[in-house]
Ligand binder design. Structure first.
Ligand SMILES: NC(=O)C1=CN([C@@H]2O[C@H](COP(=O)(O)OP(=O)(O)OC[C@H]3O[C@@H](n4cnc5c(N)ncnc54)[C@H](O)[C@@H]3O)[C@@H](O)[C@H]2O)C=CC1
Ligand SMILES: O=C(O)C(=O)COP(=O)(O)O
Length: 318
């Protein structure tokens, strides 16, 4: 029987799923505070356990080294960039993970951010709070009829393209894989290079995975290839943008507006973007709906038995 330790707090919000996990694996240990465990606290918590159910949290080598009994990680997230596959191999740890599990909540957020950014709701909201009315700002723009670049056509990028159909936009999709089997199904989607997407898009939405090819991809030189006055939405991962370069271009108006859910450093205290009037953001809430979190926790529970199977159903890295 696996000895299970949960090292992040969200089961507190789903008592039925917490009870299900405990019933399947008696003795399952949960943290007693609403924090993600890290460092020495994480190491101490894991002693004597061979199975960890985890969220978007780093398991550094120091943790794996100090927890030799750990054999299985069951992941409650869609992104896997916080786990180093080489380390898992080195320490003989199996991992379960379910791709695309929160595509609905992230795609809904991204499309709504496009509309909110184009309509300048964050600016109008600020002047409303300041006791003014709408005069000083002027106009926003409609999404309908615009060209939307979708960078990354995986689970979430595809869901965004599907959601955008109702808005009657033209879509420029770009991915390093051949995603034509999907995009060919739409008469308003063109599959293009990143450069063409950057040059032609009024709105650009990022749905790339974070990897060696995307970290730092959006530097000043790339931002300068964007259509002047473009709007950027990033609900994928922090670290893909040079945030200072973006702030400079928001300041000059070269980029009209940006809306981010994710940041190079999280928490994002002191991030310069948060002071920009044409920027609005949220604290990595793309998957923070009851539906997505319920699904992720369920996947974390069921992933334990899958990870222990001789031929596990899903392995992200093999
Ligand atoms: N804000 C939030 O709370 C959440 C954010 N995410 C993030 O959203 C992003 C997308 O997630 P999914 O669609 O589930 O991932 P996915 O793996 O299904 O799709 C990612 C796509 O990016 C493409 N890609 C990677 N590197 C590329 C490159 N250099 N050039 C062009 N294309 C490239 C891949 O080929 C793939 O099609 C990930 O970064 C994930 O971590 C996921 C869930 C919640
Ligand atoms: O599923 C993912 O990849 C996420 O980014 C979810 O983020 P969260 O665990 O809600 O902070």
């Amino acid at each position: 029987m696996p000895r299970v330790a949960v090292t992040f707090p969200y089961f507190d919000f789903f008592p039925d799923l917490r009870a299900e996990l405990s019933a399947r694996y008696p003795g399952t240990k949960f943290p007693d505070h609403r924090r993600v465990l890290e460092g020495q606290e994480l190491i101490d918590f894991l002693q004597g356990y061979d199975t960890a159910v985890i969220g978007v949290q780093r398991y550094e080598e120091a943790v794996l080294k100090a927890c030799p009994e750990l054999k299985v990680i069951s992941l409650c997230s869609a992104g896997v960039d916080h786990i180093d596959p080489a380390l898992l191999r080195k320490y003989g740890i199996r991992m379960w993970w379910q791709a695309g599990i929160n595509r609905v909540s992230v795609s809904e957020l991204a499309v709504s951010y496009m509309v909110l950014a184009l309509r300048r709701v964050h600016e109008f909201s600020s002047i409303l709070r300041a006791g003014q009315w709408r005069g000083p700002i002027g106009f926003g723009t409609d999404l309908r009829g615009k060209t939307v670049g979708v960078h990354g056509v995986g689970h979430i990028g595809k869901a965004v393209i599907e959601l955008l159909q109702g808005y009657k936009v033209h879509i420029l999709a770009s991915d390093r894989l051949d995603v034509s089997a999907f995009t060919d199904g739409f008469d308003n989607v063109e599959l293009v290079s990143a450069e063409e997407m950057w040059a032609r898009s009024d709105v650009l939405t990022i749905h790339l995975s974070k990897n060696a090819t995307t970290i730092g991809l959006y530097d000043g030189a790339v931002l300068d290839q964007l259509k002047p006055g473009a709007v950027i939405v990033n609900c994928a991962r922090g670290g893909m943008f040079d945030e200072n370069a973006l702030a400079e271009r928001l300041e000059s108006g070269r980029i009209a507006a940006a809306a981010f859910d994710v940041y190079a450093m999280e928490p994002a205290n002191g991030n310069r973007l948060l002071d920009m009037p044409t920027f609005f953001g949220s604290p990595h809430i793309g998957a923070t709906t009851r539906e997505s979190w319920g699904a992720m926790l369920r996947s974390g529970i069921h992933g334990i038995e899958h990870a222990y199977e001789p031929e596990p159903g899903v392995y992200p890295f093999d």
